[in-house]
Design a binder for this molecule. Sequence first.
Ligand code: AMP
Ligand code: MG
Length: 481
Amino acid sequence: MRAGWRFDNSYARLPNPFFSRVNPSPVAQPRLVMFNEPLARSLGLDPEALRGPDAAAMFAGNTLPPCAEPIAQAYAGHQYGHLTRLGDGRAILLGEHRTPTGERFDIQLKGSGPTPYSRRGDGRAALGPMLREYLISEAMHALGIPTTRSLAVVVTGEPVFREQPLPGSVLTRVAASHIRVGTFEYFAALGDTEALRVLTGYTLERHYPDRAQAGNPALALLEGVMERQASLIAQWMRVGFVHGVMNTDNMALSGETIDYGPCAFIDAYDPAAVFSSIDYHGRYAFGQQPGIAAWNLARFAEALLHLVDPTPETAVAKATEVLEKFQDRFRANWLEVTRAKLGLFTSEPDDELLAEELLRWMHQAKADYTETFRKLNPDGKLPLKDDTVFNAWHARWTARLARQPQPRAEAARLMNATNPAVIPRNHEVEAALAAAGRNDLAPLERLLSALSRPYDEAGQPAELLNPPPPGTPICRTFCGT
Ligand code: AMP
Ligand code: MG
């Protein structure tokens, strides 16, 4: 009780097929490696009560916080286009914590041992990937992008066996919920329309309360999810984020970014950028993300069809009408993002073209995405890029700025609040994780601290403000499951 947990487990009150009750499997020697004090405070928890050995035991799943009701959630998912029955194979939901202000958050242990959904997996996680999720999810939060968050990482004192033995680890994930497109696909595959009806009502109440009274709940949910995804993907692309594994089980209906596996941030601008070592065909490349979100939404719509309308043709027509809005919504969000990235407050018909031309130049010149935007300055001075194409673009951009009433200083403020100075660049992330593997957490702490104020340059380590030195960009990431 001392820590301030206040569990109220609404998901565990749903009917039987939604989950399996299962306890975390105890581990030998839990030790706390990372603890997110600001997040603990924002949840109304007492950080002091969450630092000791008792807390490490709890974050490892050896003990349970009061009123936790551990469950593994059932879900399916289209993985690289193929539907599979999945479920929490290495994660256990302890329950839903209610903050003092009444917000509800899932508290989930990831890497906490086998569940009925583990298939051939061991239910465990290695330290590197859990630290990676901690680092990148917290960076995304500081960048102002909806995301699950990370409260703690423990090591278990037990090895996990991948290609080699690695230190075992458990991450405590905090999420608005873990309801996924794949959760609906699970029940659609079973033909369980009643479960779909219950889940639709539950998801609306939890994430879209203003749509909960809609005449057609399934359609209202589809529309709400479509709008949040259209906004989320534009936000990812604002900062150069590549999720890397946008399977339908990794798309949260809350609109949060979820499941940090082989994700990465682009250095040089390239719509075809792919990092995941298993994404052979570039299905989840940087520039593919809006298209894949639309594809995932179509799978979501299919799962909902029986609820949308009893007549199949009518159901398809109604769902298609919603799905067709995605492209426009995404485009509107992206245009808003690019205007802000360019310091534009007003709108002109050629703004989209202006942004596209800069991106085309960046692609051709292999210019760094983050650095280029951050160094653009509305004061009219050319950044140090002696390139005729860029210079011509720059002249058009400064002329465009001059046609809006806002002073240049205001444009600069907007740009500095939109274009991060510091992102989790792959080479820095990998170096910090390698050091952590040698028990040196200092580089990770330093990176986390810089990433906690990504729009500030002042006081940041110089190397974090720069693109990777020549020859060092990292092109491959591994999901490490
Ligand atoms: P992910 O690639 O992390 O989104 O996981 C896809 C599916 O594989 C989920 O159902 C996970 O629970 C499951 N999974 C991943 N790693 C393991 C593991 N080590 N043991 C059991 N299940 C796993
Ligand atoms: Mg997943």
